[in-house]
Design a protein around this ligand. Structure first.
Ligand code: ATP
Ligand code: MG
Length: 250
């Protein structure tokens, strides 16, 4: 019988706000403006997921679907050193794949089922989940098709999270201001309604699919702020964190 496990984020404050971290068997969305640490969180959790449970890990391997080419093995190695694990081993435990379009993104997900069936994997990262849908389906005319294809992808991801006892961590960049180009993308408003942390409008397909949503923003100085939005088992609350050489920290 599968038992739900929580994986730490690297920040004690953020873990506390999440009742111990992100849960397996769930889809989790991390969103917010550029450079607020979504990719850094993904790298940090890719290492922590491998650690013993006493250290916030899940003793598992990690699958990493990268749509923007922002994965950096050197960062994994630096984060591994923080936690006292072998940097090469940490990299070897991450199955990395670069997706160039939405079709490939969906194929990669399907292709991972065989690996996940070994029961060695506990974390699936998709960074970013939305960017290729935005470039493959441009304009208002393609919005309904985009929603449909994205919906299929998210349903498959949800199913895999449950079947294979995985934390699915999906990042996507969303603007905090109206000058961002995403908002001038016709049709994007339906997908990105609620980016400021309010409840999303009906039709926000990604928000509906996600179990826990984390909205990140820049705080004072080096500080970053994470706000938990729409979680089934956590109240809406905020936690601060910083980005260090060793990854996300307090
Ligand atoms: P985007 O929406 O563009 O994908 P993001 O939310 O994924 O953005 P990240 O790439 O996770 O953003 O975060 C970038 C930030 O991480 C930068 O502010 C950078 O200074 C910081 N950062 C990256 N590497 C290090 C490091 N080794 N030490 C400290 N800070 C770092
Ligand atoms: Mg990023």
């Amino acid at each position: 019988r599968k038992r739900c496990i929580r994986i730490s984020t690297g920040s004690k404050q953020l873990d506390a706000a999440l009742n111990g971290g992100f849960q397996t068997m769930s889809l989790n969305e991390v969103y917010g403006e550029f450079r607020c640490g979504k990719t850094q969180l993904a790298h940090t959790m890719a290492v922590i997921a491998q650690l013993p449970k006493e250290m916030g890990g899940a003793e598992g391997k990690v699958a990493y679907i990268d749509t923007e080419g922002t994965f950096r093995p050197e960062r994994i190695m630096e984060i591994a050193e923080r936690f006292g694990v072998d940097p090469d081993q940490a990299c070897e435990n991450i199955a990395y794949a670069r997706a160039q379009n939405t079709e490939m993104q969906a194929e990669l997900l399907d292709g991972l089922a065989a690996s996940f069936a070994t029961n060695e994997y506990r974390l699936l990262i998709i960074d970013s989940v939305m960017s290729l849908y935005r470039t493959d389906y441009v304009g208002r005319g393609e919005l309904s098709e985009r929603q449909q294809v994205l919906g299929q992808f998210l349903r498959r991801a949800t199913q895999m999270a449950e079947e294979f006892n995985l934390v699915v961590l999906m990042a996507h960049t969303s603007p905090n201001d109206s000058t961002n180009q995403v908002m001038s993308d016709p049709g994007a408003s339906a997908l990105f309604a609620g980016v400021d942390g309010r409840k999303p409008a009906g039709g926000h397909i990604l928000a509906h699919a996600s179990t826990t949503r984390l909205l990140l923003r820049k705080g004072r100085g080096e500080e970053r702020v994470a706000k938990i939005v729409d979680s089934p088992d956590c109240p809406e609350r905020e936690a601060t964190y910083i980005i260090t050489t060793g990854g996300i920290n307090d």
